[in-house]
Design a protein around this ligand. Structure first.
Ligand SMILES: [Zn+2]
Length: 422
């Protein structure tokens, strides 16, 4: 039998094991925040990899602020040497999940199987993807097909909160590097027939308006910081929003509406606490946190300058109000280079397994690709994995078992193709 057919056969034979590993992963509630149960989840992945002939290493990101004895940031990475010299491939999945939230009709951490789907928090984002990566590697081994290049699989922490103690940490210490593995696939849930080639940029900032306190019965004697903030919010809606709506990226972001630049207010607080005892006072302080997503065609500098000018112009006309702007997080957009071998290998594997052409998409949000690209210096990185992105972070999050099995085949064939290339 041809190598490819042997690998596909081994994936089909392993279908029950793939389902079992996904369910076992879901049953460990690795909720972030705060970062529960990372160690037991990393061990589960590590023990499975060890059974599959990987050398397994646990890397604790203990230099990071979020690491604590109660919530240790434990990453796992498995390495399997190739038969001779071929390019290395790294498959990476994050082990953290967001809190379950309300609205579930089943236990979110039971790993329920119903109507050909696994249901639970983190099934699609992205424990099914991690299980697919583990069994893609195992199907190659069981098939007896020799993989020329090095193969690495990592389970990493904190992707949902920025990935700094996860992929970023492994890249900073040189454990993930282009010289080891020039190709990376992240099985995030972008659907079984789509390849995700990057994401928009992120600029989170905090704006504080400061006014003048006065007796609330004579507000004309003070300057309200809340009024100042509301002027800024109004200017964002009436002046900035139409400009942002007019900018459309050439990147194939899905959903379509996210091809435009966007801004969101994450939170707002001002004046005295609404729940506390009330006193008649003009608010002398108001703070808000904003989430601006910028396009590949916009630079961070222009994005920030535009906001600084808008806020400055708006508040210049308001007597008694000053303000302060603080950058909280900046992530530049990333895009896999056109014609990257990792896109070609996955597109070929999708055609073979599903009989259809792959669709290239990009993500409205951000994920760990930025750390692979910027810190590890690996441009040839994409996200490809089972599950529908729309179900991520939702109640009754689920993933079709057929998609998990197909994605496993696609990842296995693409890995073989990449590790055999020169
Ligand atoms: Zn994810």
């Amino acid at each position: 039998m041809h190598a490819i057919d042997r690998i596909v056969t081994e994936v089909d034979r392993a279908a029950q094991e793939i389902v079992q590993l996904t369910r076992d992963l879901v049953r460990i509630p690795t909720v972030n925040p705060p970062g529960d149960e990372y160690e037991s989840c990393a061990r589960l992945v590590g023990e499975q990899l060890a059974r599959h002939h990987f050398d397994v290493q646990y890397i604790v990101a203990d230099s990071h602020e979020v690491h604590s004895a109660r919530h240790p940031r434990v990453n796992v990475i498995g390495t399997r040497r190739g038969s001779h010299h071929g390019p290395g491939v790294h498959l990476n999945g994050h082990i953290d999940v967001v809190p379950p939230g309300l609205g579930w009709t089943v236990d979110p951490f039971e790993g329920v199987v119903c109507d050909g789907r696994i249901i639970g928090r983190g099934v699609c984002d992205m424990k099914a993807g991690l299980a697919a990566a583990v069994f893609a590697a195992e199907a190659i081994r069981r098939s007896g097909v020799e993989l020329p290049g090095l193969l690495e699989i990592s389970g990493t922490v904190d992707e949902e909160s920025g990935g700094f103690a996860g992929v970023a940490h492994l890249a900073q210490i040189g454990r993930i590097a282009r010289a080891r593995t020039p190709f990376v696939i992240i099985p995030e849930p972008l659907n079984v027939d789509r390849i995700c080639i990057g994401h928009r940029g992120v600029y989170w900032f905090e704006l504080t308006t400061k006014g003048q306190i006065a007796h609330g019965s004579m507000p004309f004697l003070g300057s309200s910081a809340i009024d100042g903030m509301s002027d800024v919010l109004a200017a964002i809606r009436s002046e900035l929003q139409p400009v942002l709506d007019s900018r459309v990226t050439a990147m194939p972001i899905v959903p379509e509406a996210a091809r435009r630049a966007t801004i969101n207010v994450n939170g707002l607080e001002g004046g005295q606490r609404v729940d506390g005892i009330q006193t008649p006072c003009v608010a002398d302080r108001c703070r808000a946190v904003f989430d601006r997503r910028f396009l590949f065609e916009e630079s961070f500098e222009c994005t920030r300058d535009e906001l600084v000018a808008l806020i400055g112009n708006t508040l210049r006309g308001v007597p008694g109000i000053t303000y302060e702007l603080r950058d909280l997080m900046v992530v530049d957009p990333v895009r896999t280079p056109e014609g990257s071998p990792v896109i070609g290998a996955l597109a070929g594997a999708i055609r073979r397994v599903l009989g259809s052409a792959a669709r290239l998409v990009a993500s409205p949000g951000t994920y760990d690709q930025k750390h692979f690209a910027r810190i590890a210096g690996i441009p040839d990185c994409v996200a490809y994995g089972p599950g529908e992105i729309e179900l991520a972070h939702q109640p009754d999050e689920s993933c079709a078992i057929a998609d998990i099995v197909n994605a496993t085949k696609v990842i296995a064939l693409a890995t073989l193709d990449l590790a055999s290339s020169h």
